[in-house]
Design a protein around this ligand. Structure first.
Ligand code: FAD
Ligand code: SF4
Length: 459
């Protein structure tokens, strides 16, 4: 008999007033009792609608049933068949617009907490379970970029017997999972455990290797790699093109998050600190904006305001992050757009001039276009402004690989198999889609790995 309780089993969390002063994980994870209780809410639907919503096709009812039987290792093994980073996805996937959006329990009450259960099960998978020896197929493949696209591609190729080397520009691997998403949402230890599992499969990772500067893609072929996967993401921040953006105290969200997450700017004596600030304004409404705002709060700001040009209903960030940000005391100014950043005599940020917006006709994205309200300008006093309005691919690979095709946004052009126009070069994740999600990057990495194996078979 299923558990017909209409709401999800609550996730234990740190109290808002405690957690907004530390960088430890906010959500503490289900206990065994919570997980079994929540698994009991799943109806085990024969037509598996939730699986349709999962970009990597995790066998959701099957893994939840295994949790229900208290066979947590089996649950984890089922997820691992199709998802190589479940501890990450369980924490950061936008489940409410994917698997959980299609869950039948969501029609009368809340959907099954699939993401929370995935996170719970992921803890029952050990490195030892991944180390069965693999027969080499005698090919070397270079993976450029160690974000979720690159890591997934590398894992699938290594499991099929390919000798894989990942080249990563930063000193640490994981892509946005380590330099962007903060510790309080995705602890670095979780990402390094996942990376250790890939290393146990034989994946080699070379950090501090900026491809396009140290080696080009053609150099990699000359070194004997049979194919290349390009998973370099979209890490180049977009600015607003308003006056005052070069004042001291303006950080792109990517810069702030990299300083804080990867370089631990919150620790005394950090080599890449952040200027102390009291009142920060973050521009944007996506996950990046939420992360930047919540980091700013944890750095000790008295006030942190999110300025977003559309309304609350249009916020693109994950629902959970929006709720957590609100609980932590982040102020939201909806239907508001920045106009100019004002500096003091030392060129430091002093305030931000904004104007009110109203929603007009839908634009190309189908969302109603924000238009300025006449005579509605006002000023927010602040000493730090953090634009978080989007990113695009870094042009380095484009500049150093002239025979590779890119589109007008600077994204590499791929076909439905993730192949580019250059023989032996495949791509996926944010470098080809533009800024998207972890699970879509993983899905692309998976598809590319299958295409690369096919390419190697015919080579
Ligand atoms: P990335 O993760 O960007 O990895 C690319 C890697 O390539 C990086 O490590 C980079 O250093 C490396 N690289 C770049 N150029 C070179 C080069 N020339 N040579 C060698 N290495 C290179 N998605 C979600 O699903 N849920 C979330 O909650 C979420 N929150 C986010 C929060 C933030 C702050 C950000 C920035 C993004 C967030 N996203 C989220 C989006 C998600 O993280 C990305 O869509 C995903 O990481 C893209 O994966 P990727 O592998 O394509 O690229
Ligand atoms: Fe379980 Fe919901 Fe999937 Fe049905 S749709 S199998 S209830 S998770």
């Amino acid at each position: 008999m299923p558990n017909m309780q209409p709401k999800k089993t609550p996730m234990p969390v740190q109290e808002p007033d405690v957690r907004n002063k530390n960088f430890k994980e906010v959500a503490l994870g289900y206990t065994e009792k919570d997980a079994v209780n929540e698994a009991g809410r799943c109806l085990g639907c024969k037509n598996r609608p939730c699986v349709e919503g999962c970009p990597v096709g995790v066998d959701i009812p099957e893994f939840i049933a295994a949790i229900g039987r208290e066979n947590f290792t089996e649950a984890s093994t089922i997820i691992r068949k199709t998802n190589s980073l479940p501890a990450v996805c369980g924490r950061v996937c936008p489940q409410e617009t994917q698997c959980e959006a299609l869950c039948v329990r969501g029609k009368k009450g809340e959907s099954v907490a699939i993401g929370r259960l995935e996170r719970f099960a992921s803890e029952y998978y050990t490195v030892a379970a991944t180390t069965s020896p693999v027969t080499s197929i005698g090919h070397r493949v270079a993976v450029i970029g160690s974000g979720p696209a690159g890591l997934t591609c590398a894992g699938d190729l290594a499991a099929a017997g390919v000798d894989v080397t990942v080249f990563e520009a930063f000193h640490a691997s994981g892509g946005v999972l380590v330099y962007g998403i903060p510790e309080f949402r995705l602890p670095k230890a979780i990402v390094s455990e996942e990376i250790d599992k890939l290393k146990a499969l034989g994946v080699k990772i070379e950090t501090n290797m900026l491809i396009g500067k140290i080696l080009t893609i053609d150099d990699l072929f000359a070194q004997g790699f049979s194919a290349v996967f390009l998973g370099t993401g979209a890490g180049l921040p977009t600015f607003m093109n308003i006056p005052g953006e070069s004042l001291v105290g303006v950080y792109s969200a990517n810069e702030l998050l990299t300083r804080v997450n990867l370089m631990k700017a919150y620790e005394y004596g950090a080599e890449t600190p952040v200027l102390p600030f009291k009142n920060a304004v973050v521009i944007g409404g996506g996950n990046v904006a939420m992360d930047a705002a919540r980091c700013a709060k944890r750095l000790g700001a008295d006030s942190v305001t999110i300025v977003y040009r559309r309304g609350e209903a249009e916020l693109p960030a994950r629902l959970e992050e929006i709720h957590h940000a609100m609980e932590e005391g982040i102020i939201f100014k909806f239907l508001t757009a920045p106009v100019e950043i004002i500096g003091d005599e030392n060129f430091r940020v002093k305030s931000l001039v904004c104007e009110e917006m109203e929603l007009g006709e839908p634009d190309k994205s189908g969302r109603r276009r924000p238009v300025p309200k006449p005579n509605s300008r006002f000023t927010i006093e602040c000493d730090c402004v953090i634009p978080a309005i989007g990113t695009s691919p870094n042009p380095l690979i484009m500049r150093t690989t002239p025979d590779l095709e890119f589109d007008r946004r600077g994204c590499v052009v791929i076909d439905e198999t993730c192949a580019t126009n250059k023989k032996g070069v495949f791509a996926g994740g944010d470098i080809s889609s533009g800024a998207a999600t972890v699970i879509l990057a993983m899905g692309a990495g998976k598809l590319a790995a299958a295409s690369i194996l096919e390419f190697l078979r015919n080579a």
